[in-house]
Design a protein around this ligand. Structure first.
Ligand code: NAD
Ligand code: LMR
Length: 340
């Protein structure tokens, strides 16, 4: 029997990430090659014509899995009956800015869209069936926007609202792969702890590489501890800024690809023995206070994520995990002051 279509909302769909991600979704990169989709594209009035252009191109691409496209500037129409929400709408930072510098513009969008999503998304988006109905916030400051969305959409279960740190996770895999000259697909189990910001902590203490003589810890293969403890960390933390400096635009193809990885693994499950990083509502694991959206290592099964428990945390890691948590506490209070 043919599968029924899933309705996928993409906000900010006329923007850079929107333009990169919609063909990926329509080709099955996000939900698999057998899953038909209907795209709900939202943008704001000044971008309405460009949004319509995106819709025209989607039609022209004749994607077999794409069963319909709604392109609108009305958040209610956009959110109506959606099963999955990818929240990209917002303003990117420019060269020289930190991500929290776009706070005041972006958090109010997430407060407003929380109620549209809460009232009009599919029942399963609200009660968490059958796919756990993912909501992924990409727009910066991603963790704090996700937190605001969660707080202003109280009937959406907190487990359904996440933010994107998979891009940072993939960047960390990429750096290890480049440094050791191994396939990126052979590197796994890096962790991004904390905020999608320059305080994030990319941790390789549990990461491994598949070699011809079995799985080896990254710490054993990279002999240069100094590189792992300093330059590797700052390169990943600053990669977004480096892309902006080089392109004069923020990352888009890698962000769109990471967003597809995030939803795909959440919905279809992570491979055995592998975890990924997701910004999720803290339950107090690893001493991170509840009430923050913090990036943890997670595994996913049957549409549900769980934080990987029991990893040994050394003193160096503890300090870095606490620094990024502290920034999230500050961002949360800044966000509320912007909303008042
Ligand atoms: P962009 O400016 O190209 O596109 C953003 C789109 O959002 C625009 O079309 C704009 O009109 C639209 N928009 C603005 N307000 C809106 C609203 N209220 N409702 C719906 N749409 C609205 O930006 P981009 O490069 O696509 O980046 C989008 C966001 O994603 C930025 O905040 C950026 O910083 C962030 N980002 C996050 C990550 C991550 O890893 N979490 C990675 C890359 C970019
Ligand atoms: C990124 O990490 O590339 C994005 O968050 C964009 C940015 O502002 O760095």
């Amino acid at each position: 029997m043919a599968r029924s279509s899933l309705k996928v909302l993409v906000t900010g769909a006329a923007g850079q990430i929107g333009y990169a991600i919609v063909p990926m979704i329509a080709r099955g990169v996000m939900l698999g090659p057998d899953q038909p989709v209907i795209l709900h594209l939202l943008d704001i009035e000044p971008a309405a014509e460009a949004l319509n252009g995106v819709k025209m191109e989607l039609i022209d691409a004749a994607f077999p899995l794409l069963k319909g496209v709604i392109a609108t500037t009305d958040p209610i129409e956009a959110c109506m009956g959606v099963n999955i929400a990818v929240m990209v709408g917002g303003f990117p930072r420019k060269e020289g800015m930190e991500r929290k510098d776009v706070m005041s513009k972006n958090v109010s969008i997430y407060k407003a869209q929380a109620s549209a999503l809460e009232k009009h998304a599919a029942e399963d988006c609200k009660v968490g069936k059958p796919l756990n109905s993912p909501v992924l916030v990409i727009a910066n400051p991603a963790n704090t926007n996700a937190l605001i969305l969660k707080e202003f959409a109280p009937s959406i279960p907190e487990k359904n609202i996440t933010c994107l740190t998979r891009l940072d996770h993939n960047r960390a895999l990429g750096q290890i792969s480049e440094s050791l000259d191994v396939q990126v697909s052979d590197v796994k189990n890096v962790i991004i702890w904390g905020n999608h910001s320059s305080t994030q902590y990319p941790d390789v203490n549990h990461a491994t590489v598949q070699t011809s003589s079995g799985e080896k810890p990254v710490r054993e293969l990279v002999s240069d501890d100094k590189w792992l403890n300093a330059e590797f960390i700052t390169t990943v933390q600053q990669r977004g800024a480096a892309i902006i400096k080089a392109r004069k635009l923020s990352s888009a193809l890698s962000a769109a690809s990471a967003a597809c990885d995030h939803i795909r693994d959440w919905v279809l499950g992570t491979p055995e023995g592998t975890w990924v990083s997701m910004g999720v509502y803290s339950d107090g694991s690893y001493g991170i206070q509840p009430g923050l959206v913090y990036s943890f290592p997670v595994t996913c099964k049957k549409g549900k994520w769980s934080i990987v428990q029991g990893l040994k945390i050394d003193e160096f890691s503890r300090a870095k995990m606490d620094t990024t948590a502290k920034e999230l506490v500050e961002e949360k209070s800044l966000a509320y002051s912007c909303l008042n």
